[in-house]
Each structure stands twice: as structure tokens, then as C-alpha cells.
Design a protein around this ligand. Sequence first.
Ligand code: KIV
Length: 278
Amino acid sequence: MTESHIESRKRPKVTVPGIAERKNGQSPISMITAYDAMYAAIVDEAGVDMILVGDSVATVMQGARTTLPVTMDQMEYHVRMVASAEPRALIVGDMPFGSYQASIGEAVTNAVRLIKAGAEAVKLEGGVHVAPAVAAIARADIPVVGHIGLTPQSYHRMGGNKVQGRISGENAGSRERILDDAHAVDTAGAFALVIEGVPSSLAGEITDKVSIPTIGIGAGPRCDGQVLVLHDVLGLSPRRFTFAKAYAELRSASIEAVSRYVAEVQERTWPDDAHSFH
Ligand code: KIV
């Protein structure tokens, strides 16, 4: 165990009321994705407040083009892996596409599955249309994080993962509709709200208007917190996005490390005497 790991084990467990209290606070909320026990332990040791077991596992880990194919069984499996690291950070399990759209009953049943797997809250995408599901899940004593703006599960409706809220009017994706979505999710009882892929001014306006902390991704600096995908932060993703920042270059470092191993095997310099048994 490293010094920082010992320190991170000492910090108090992050709780839902603790996050809710940080609305307009001095201490912005940090959230990051993780999909397994090893990375959950790493991000926890780094001091993150919330771990999102995101349905981005589909694009980041499974090689899918969108988040749509990921299933409840797979999300449960990833939540279980993250929970096994017993992080101090709050674990949020993402509800995959199809797990909450068909009926309120199914939404609650699937939220319960993620909680039984070890999530401490669930996240689902959408606003006005999913507000009844948010309310029902919250009534079952399951804390809910909303997710509005660019909602990747609406990939086909949006015509791709496109910035939302740049136009005014009544159409889906307009500024006014996103403000309505924010209000609906807040009123339905969510305790935090992810805002993705909208102009900074709109995210700022939502943050001022809702009673719960907002957590932005591609939504500018005026949110109560920020979330990024871990593989983007570590520079592991092959693609670079405007809204993300690589704080390390682990893709090139990994390729370099494995190439050296391949070269040493070919040169018969691996394993050397120090790494052999006698
Ligand atoms: O699944 C995910 O990683 C997300 C974040 C982009 C917020 O929903």
C-alpha cells in the first residue's frame, strides 16, 4: 500500500447528502468514469469524489460505435467490479439504453439491480420524458443523477453526438427544451445533474436555476462539478475530443513499453538472470 493509498483510505466516505450539500459550494465536485476494480482503486486514491460506471464502457472498452449496445447484465458486472475496490468515492451506476424507457416498473427494477451490484446511486439520461422514472426510482430510496443536453443514448435522434442547446425554439435539443429538462429532473427528485455538450452560457444558466449540483462535461466552467472519461484523462483513447483533456499520455507510453518487451523477447534478452528461478 502506498502512502497516498493509506491517506485515501482515511478520507471520509463520500455520500449522497455530502454531494447534494456542495451546490454552489467552495469545493467543486470531481467525477470520473471507471469500469473495473483496478482503475476504481487508482481514481479513488487520486481523491475523486464520484466514480461513474458509465455506459461509455461500450465505446471505451467494448469497441462499440455508440453506447446503445451495452446491456443491464454488463453494467451490473462492471458496477460489481468497481464496488469490489470499496472506494471512498460515491459509486454511480449508469442505466443503459433500454433499461428505463419501456415502463416505470422496469426502470425501478433495473435501478434496484445496479444498487444490489454495489452502486450507491444511478444515472439516467433525459429530461421531461424520463422525469416520472426519476421520481419513481427516487421514491424507492435510490438516489438518482440526471443527465441532460447531449445524451449519447439519443444518438440516432440527434444525428450523432452533437452539441445541443445552440438553437432556440420548441424542437428537441433547443435551449428552451434543455432548460425544461433540467427543471423536470430537479423537480422529480434527482440529487445531481450531469450536463453534457451544451454551450457554457446554457450550463451556467441551468446551474443558477436548479436546486441540485450540476456536473459538466463539455459544458464549460460554470457547473458545480466536472466529469470526464478516465481513458481520455489518461491519454489512452485513440481519439482526442475538444471537451476532454489528456493529463497523461498512457497510450503512447503503453505502446512503447510493450514494443520494448516484444523486442527483448525477439533478442532473447528477456528473461534475464535476475528474473529467472535457480
Ligand atoms: O457514460 C459516461 O461516461 C457518461 C459521461 C460522459 C457523463 O455518461
